[in-house]
Every structure is written in C-alpha cells, then in structure tokens.
Design a protein around this ligand. Structure first.
Ligand code: HGY
Ligand code: MN
Ligand code: MN
Length: 412
C-alpha cells in the first residue's frame, strides 16, 4: 500500500492538542516544562504507545518516538518540531510540525510501508525560550551545548529551571531514558511560516533554504530611586527616562534604515515598580535578527552605544548582557532538493525562502543534513492567539513531509 496522510486524523490531533493549555482567546499557553507542556508530552507519548512505537526522552526532556527501519544499523532520520508555546501562543507554532511528523509515522504504519532508516519524531524541549532563556534549549543540547550552564537559570515566573526540568522528565516515567545527542541521518521540520509571504503569493508550500541569525540582549539601567513628588528634575537619576530614550532612538533608526533588520523590545520592568517612586532600575529585553552576521554585530554595537549615551544623559549606568546568540545558517542543498522534489511530486506550488524565525532545525543542521517546509498562516500572524492555518494547507504540509521523509529515509 502507498502511505497517505490521513488529513482528518491530523486535524483532529491539532484540535485535541489545542485544548492542552488552551487560553480563553483561542490560543495556547504551554510554556516549557510547565504542567501544560507535560500534559502535551504525555498525550503524544500515549498516542505513540497505542501504536506500538517506542518512546524515549533525554536529560533535557527532548521527547522521541521511534519507528524501526529495515536497516537498524543506520542512524535514524528525525522529523518533528516542538510542543512548547509562547505564553499567548498559537495552536500551530510547533504543534503542526510535531503532530504532522507523528501522522507521517502513522501513515507509514497503516500502509505497512518499510523505510531503510529508522524514523524518529522529535518534540524538542523549550524551543521558545520565553519562560526559560535561551530558546532552542533541547536542540542545542542535542547538538552539543553544555546544559550545566543553564541549570541555575530562573524563569520569567521565578521558577527554577533545574526543578521544572526534573519534574518534566519524572512526569513521563514510561519514556525510556537515553543520553542527550545520538547520531542521526538527517532532519526535516514542518512549521508555519510565521510571516506573510506565502499567503501574499498564494503559495501553499515554502522550501526553506536557511534561517537568519538571532541575538537576545538583556539591558539593565541603574539610576536612583526617589520620591515622585519631592524630587525635582535637577536631582533625578531616572532609569525609565533613559530606557525609553534608548529604545526610541533604536526604533527610529534600525528597522527604518534596514528592511532586513528586526529589533523587538518584548519585556520591560522597573524596580521597585511603584507608582510614586522614581525607579531604582529598569530592565528590558532586546531581540535582534538579521540574515547577515556583520549587520547583527553593527546593530548590537549601535544598541550598546545608544544605551550608554542615554543612561549617561540621565546620570545613570547601563549594563548589557548577551543572553543568546544564534548565528544564521543555510540548510543542506541535498535535503532542500528532497523537500522541493516532494512538493513538486504533489504538484503543490512552492518557492525557496529564508526563515525569519529561528527553529530547532538550525541546530540539527550542524550535525546532519537538515531542511524545513513552511506552510502559510493567516496574515502571517504568530506568537499570537489568533494564529491560524487553513486545514488544506496543514494537510498539504504534512503530505510534503511524508514524501520527503520517504525519500530521505530510503535513499536509492
Ligand atoms: O523566536 C523565534 O524565532 C521562534 O519562533 N521561537
Ligand atoms: Mn516554533
Ligand atoms: Mn514560536
């Protein structure tokens, strides 16, 4: 029999997972190593066990579901994405790729189709990094990063990473434990574009050739707390004024002068945060992105210069820490061709493109041939509860993933 994606089954799975961590506005809050994240991992592991697949997890809580191939000496081909979400995330970011990968395993099983390589579905831990920085923690660890550097990290909610990670691993005792990082033959990830171009060009498939670079910076501006009513302008050392001036200066130059640049201040907090006290300090995060590393360096330099100058103008001091640095990378031309051929074989219009968002595939590309498949999302919206993918596009993406997996797992 010829393996086929069961679209109804996939759409039903997406619906079922959307209930796990569902938010009133129709999104999901399934932050890494949370109770909701554990519930999603459990749901996937139980589905896998019902199908007789083997379930593994490693010491950073990456979850793997394995279907054997005819040649067990070959390292597995991995397909998958992530199940964790932003705090007000969408139902498709990560879940589409993970559940489509599971649907690929089921389609192969239903058709009793044989692949030479074993195939494993990977649900990478903490891709988002919104609760515990850095993001792509699971795939970074899988490809060699030392996790001990993160063990003392505290989450945006004050939780201990070490404790939450341990509780997540213990919440799935039936998953066989294995070391972090195993040899793999390749990796293919299906994901929503999280941008507007496929929808604008009415294309159902994107063949992703590369991912742009990302850098996260944490800025802390130190001033002097004071009384809101009695402290005149000449006596103020107000870090909020400095922070706002620095952010305004960067937003007025970086993206308006370079359409490929992205600069986002996602979080800002004042201490003590009292309505009638000049803050002692203000901390904010900056996410910068660019396809070219030399531009990332220039943007970071401009950011450091602007923060120092605006802090000095308010008799404050600025400290800046780079909390995450993810150089961009190109995917394997051979794996990109396999994805492109899969789209062509299904007569699905497609184009080659670069990803504006980072993905686990960026790290897997360091250890094996990797590539990604994009499908459009409405208005290019993501990291937003209104994120939406047309059912036909979701199924088309899964069909391309199935064809690419078959081609990559049984090379001629
Ligand atoms: O932030 C990103 O690029 C990814 O979607 N987590
Ligand atoms: Mn994602
Ligand atoms: Mn995301």
């Amino acid at each position: 029999m010829v393996p086929e994606i069961d679209g109804e089954r996939l759409l039903g799975r997406l619906e079922a997972f959307a209930y796990v961590g569902a938010t009133p506005a129709g999104g999901v809050n399934r932050q890494a190593f949370s109770v909701e994240d554990r519930a999603a991992r459990r749901l996937l592991a139980e589905l896998a066990q019902e199908r007789g697949f083997t379930v593994f997890q490693d010491g950073i809580a990456n979850l793997f579901i394995r279907r054997e191939g005819s040649d067990a000496t070959l390292p597995p081909l991995l397909i998958g994405s992530h199940l964790d979400s932003q705090p007000t995330g969408g139902r498709f970011d990560g879940a589409l790729g993970t559940l489509s990968a599971f649907e690929v395993l089921e389609a192969l099983e239903d058709a009793e189709a044989e692949t030479r390589m074993p195939i494993e579905v990977a649900a990478w831990a903490n891709e988002e990094g919104s609760r515990f920085a850095p993001g792509v923690m699971g795939s970074m660890a899988f490809t060699g990063a030392d996790i001990s550097a993160w063990k003392s990290n505290v989450g945006s909610d004050g939780a201990s990473l070490a404790k939450e990670l341990e509780a997540t691993i213990c919440a799935l005792p039936e998953a066989t434990r294995r070391p972090i990082g195993i040899p793999i033959s390749g990796y293919i990830e299906l994901h929503i574009e999280q941008g507007p171009s496929l929808e604008k060009e009415r294309l159902p498939i994107g063949v992703v050739t590369a991912v742009q670079g990302t850098r996260w910076l944490e800025v802390s501006i130190e001033g002097a707390a004071g009384h809101a009513g009695t402290t005149g302008l000449a006596y103020r050392k107000d870090p909020m004024v400095a922070a706002i001036a620095a952010i305004h200066r960067l937003q007025a130059t970086i993206m308006p002068l370079d359409s490929s640049a992205r600069l986002t201040v996602g979080r800002i907090a004042a201490q003590p945060g009292s309505i009638n006290a000049i803050p002692q300090s203000v901390a904010f995060t900056v996410d910068i992105r660019h396809p070219r590393v030399e531009r990332l360096d220039a943007i970071e330099a401009e950011l450091r210069q602007a923060c120092a100058a605006e802090a000095e103008a308010q008799h404050c001091t600025a400290m800046i820490r780079r909390s995450f640095d993810m150089p961009g990378a190109a995917f394997s031309p051979d794996m990109v061709k396999i994805v492109e051929a899969a789209a062509r074989s299904l007569r699905l219009p497609h184009k080659r493109m670069i990803s504006g968002a980072f993905h686990d595939a960026l790290f897997l590309a360091r250890v094996a041939p990797a590539a990604m498949i994009f499908v459009p999302c409405r208005d290019g919206l993501s990291h937003n509860e209104a994120e939406y993918v047309e059912p036909a596009d979701a199924v088309a993406g899964a069909r391309v993933l199935l064809q690419a997996t078959i081609a990559a797992a049984s090379p001629r």
